[in-house]
Write a protein that binds this ligand. Structure first.
Ligand SMILES: Nc1ncnc2c1ncn2[C@@H]1O[C@H](COP(=O)(O)OP(=O)(O)O)[C@@H](O)[C@H]1O
Ligand SMILES: CC(=O)N[C@@H](CCC(=O)OP(=O)(O)O)C(=O)O
Length: 291
């Protein structure tokens, strides 16, 4: 029930103004395809999950076509630890043997994916969880034999994502792929999977939600706008390292494939995606071709 008291609290006036100011962005993004990568480190607690889900449901409600691709690295680490399986990363990619890939698939598709689907439904949206194995969405081959079953997406069949969105359903994708022979299972870095999906959809935006405010330069300052050439230089000189490498490489690949812009932003920030999409302010680092 609305309060209809004469005390016009300033907060309510600000809320109405914020909505009004969002109009040009709502118009610009009507019908837009937005791929959102939700990283394991950005998931945080139940409140952070609920807030993320709410933002996604709002995007759908205002006529956008959101596609969620998630990670879950910390949750995989926890399960591997419980099972006594040692794990290591090389340039942001988990070295994945046969036992590890089973745990990765179990944790991503069984636990993390369903948690996100549930959170979206709790906020009144409709969501369906799938992995790259469903409807041949993402077919991969080995990225590098030294990494074992780490996949590089080689074939994308994204029609299922369009079909779900057209039916009013938000797709939530776990970054697990099937092999060319349909027998092997590949562990695909969540950022890489999100980039391949965004590229195949020629998405208007790819948002990579993580636990840092954006790409930092050598002095630790966030760079708010970057061209692909600048990103390449920062990878080459080591300013971009560790988990930021797959994100940066994903951004380059996505822009090359026709994604209009990629934004790397702090998913722990309240309403991070809305801030980026619907306000003049924007958030994080935006990577796109110079205009
Ligand atoms: N230049 C850089 N700018 C920002 N973060 C960087 C940079 N180089 C390396 N990083 C690291 O990348 C991490 C993000 O990657 P990752 O931990 O894999 O995130 P997620 O789990 O969200 O995918 C940051 O926490 C930071 O430690
Ligand atoms: C090959 C590879 O590294 N796969 C990742 C998949 C999950 C992921 O990307 O999770 P975050 O986004 O939370 O880091 C992994 O095994 O951790």
């Amino acid at each position: 029930m609305k309060k209809r008291t004469p005390d016009m609290n300033r907060d309510w006036i600000a809320t109405a103004r914020t909505l009004s100011e969002a109009l040009p962005y709502l118009q610009r993004y009507s019908g837009a395809v937005v791929v959102v990568k939700f990283g394991g480190n950005a998931m945080g607690d139940a409140d952070a999950m609920a807030e993320f889900a709410r933002d996604i449901v709002l995007m759908k409600q205002v006529g956008m076509n959101p596609v969620v691709v998630h990670g879950g690295g910390p949750m995989i680490n926890q399960m591997l630890d419980k099972l006594g399986i040692k794990t290591e990363f090389v340039r942001g990619q988990r070295v994945t043997d046969k036992d590890t890939v089973e745990v990765v698939e179990m944790v991503l598709t069984g636990l993390v994916n369903k948690r996100i689907v549930q959170a979206i439904m709790d906020e009144g949206g409709r969501a369906v969880g799938l992995s790259g194995k469903d409807d041949d969405l993402m077919v991969a081959e080995a990225l590098n034999p030294e990494l074992g079953f780490v996949g590089r997406p080689v074939e994308m069949n994204v029609q299922v994502l369009r079909d779900l969105n057209a039916a009013g359903i938000i797709p939530v994708v776990a970054p697990v792929a099937t092999g060319m022979d349909m027998l092997e299972t590949f562990n695909v870095n969540g950022d890489t999977a999100a980039g391949a999906i965004a590229g195949a959809l020629k998405a208007d935006r790819l948002l990579l939600l993580t636990d840092v405010p954006g790409i930092k330069d050598a002095s630790g300052e966030v760079v708010t706008q970057l061209t692909p050439d600048q990103v390449r230089a920062m990878i080459a000189d080591g300013t971009i390292s560790g988990g930021m490498i797959p994100k940066a490489e994903t951004a380059l690949m996505a822009v090359e494939q026709g994604v209009r812009a990629v934004v790397i932003l702090d998913g722990r920030l309240p309403n991070a995606s809305l801030l980026e999409l619907f306000t003049e302010h924007g958030a994080g680092s935006i990577i796109r071709e110079p205009r």
